[in-house]
Design a protein around this ligand. Structure first.
Ligand SMILES: [Zn+2]
Ligand SMILES: [Zn+2]
Length: 327
């Protein structure tokens, strides 16, 4: 499925199979997750895509061909391909271990072609091993929702007990289970009136679930925001205890309204999360191998990508949408 311009539906097209070079492998795609970031690209809110573009940065597939310089990956091996597709390794951010902020990073399904296709290529150094306990459809949402969600959660600090999730979709449903696994108390905030979403959160271990317009029964040590709604920042700050942190996990958000300083006072902080490092990906996959995460994923056929994106936009999905390729 090919994006030719912003704000136009993706087109189903026959394209030639990409050729791997250098340290790239050719991957036969088995499943590819659909992410809110894909919607931001289609809507033109992220406005630097390569065009035409194959979207998709939560790719599960099997290695089908090795280019000449490949060292580690083997033919037939199952791999995951996340958002971070390449970094220069030399800029000031890469040199200090912040490759997620690399000045020249390339991103899968944005500045590199991604996985809304039968085949894709990826640099072996940025591919991830996937825990065997998850099948292809279950593994796909781990690759962005799971691991960028995990980075968001980790940036909230190690000592948090009460953690709130604003927007309980693909990312929150996975990371909330990690938080429960680590003994923390989870508070889930959904769109007001979304009782099905609140029930879903309770089933996954939330001690409390309600609308984003409600106050939780305990002050939060951290609030993680996974909905692209800037107005949630002051709302989350108001629900946060002294010294608490509000972390925004999304790549794009509507404007944040002004708010009184007293919401930030007492050492509360607000920060964002950008991209991932390979170390984040490996750390999250180690946790996902130990914690039996229940992955809620709705499968779609590749040619249904536009309707998967529409249903994500309308908030109709519990958990994640995944394109499933015919074997
Ligand atoms: Zn760099
Ligand atoms: Zn994503």
């Amino acid at each position: 499925m090919v994006m030719t311009a912003a704000r136009k539906p993706l087109e189903l097209r026959e394209v030639s199979r990409p050729r791997p070079s250098g340290r790239q492998v050719l991957i036969q795609v088995a499943a590819c997750g659909v992410c809110r970031t894909d919607l931001h690209i289609v809507d033109g809110e992220l406005d630097q895509p390569k065009l035409p573009l194959v979207l998709g940065h939560q790719i599960v597939g099997r290695v089908a061909e090795l280019a000449a310089e490949v060292e580690a990956l083997k033919l037939g091996q199952r791999v995951g391909v996340p958002w971070l597709g390449w970094t220069d390794g030399t800029c000031r951010f890469c040199r200090r271990g912040q490759e997620n902020l690399c000045d020249h990073a390339r991103f899968t399904g944005y500045t590199l072609d991604g996985g809304y296709a039968e085949y894709t290529v990826a640099d072996e150094r940025y591919c991830l091993e996937l825990p065997e306990r998850y099948d292809d459809v279950e593994a796909a949402p781990l690759l962005c929702a799971g691991l960028i969600g995990y980075r968001t959660y980790r940036l909230a600090g190690a000592d948090i007990e009460h953690v709130g999730f604003y927007g309980f979709g693909a990312a929150a449903h996975l990371v909330a289970q990690v938080a429960v696994f680590e003994g923390r108390k989870v508070y889930a905030f959904t769109r007001p009136g979304d009782t099905a979403g609140q029930e879903f959160a309770r089933k996954l271990g939330a001690v409390w679930a309600g609308g984003s317009d409600e106050s939780p029964p305990e002050e939060l040590d951290a609030a993680l925001i996974f909905a692209p709604v800037g107005a949630l920042i002051p709302v989350a700050l108001a629900a946060t205890a002294k010294g608490g942190v509000v972390v925004s996990g999304g790549i794009h958000m509507s404007d944040i309204p002004s708010f009184p300083y007293r919401l930030l006072w007492e050492e509360r902080s607000v920060r964002s999360v950008a991209n991932l490092t390979r170390a984040d990906g490996q750390a999250f996959m180690r946790i996902a191998a130990r914690a039996p995460l229940a992955v809620s994923a709705t499968p779609f056929r590749l040619e249904e990508a536009n309707s998967a994106l529409e249903r994500l936009r309308r908030g109709e999905l519990d958990g994640a949408a995944v394109l499933l390729l015919a074997a």
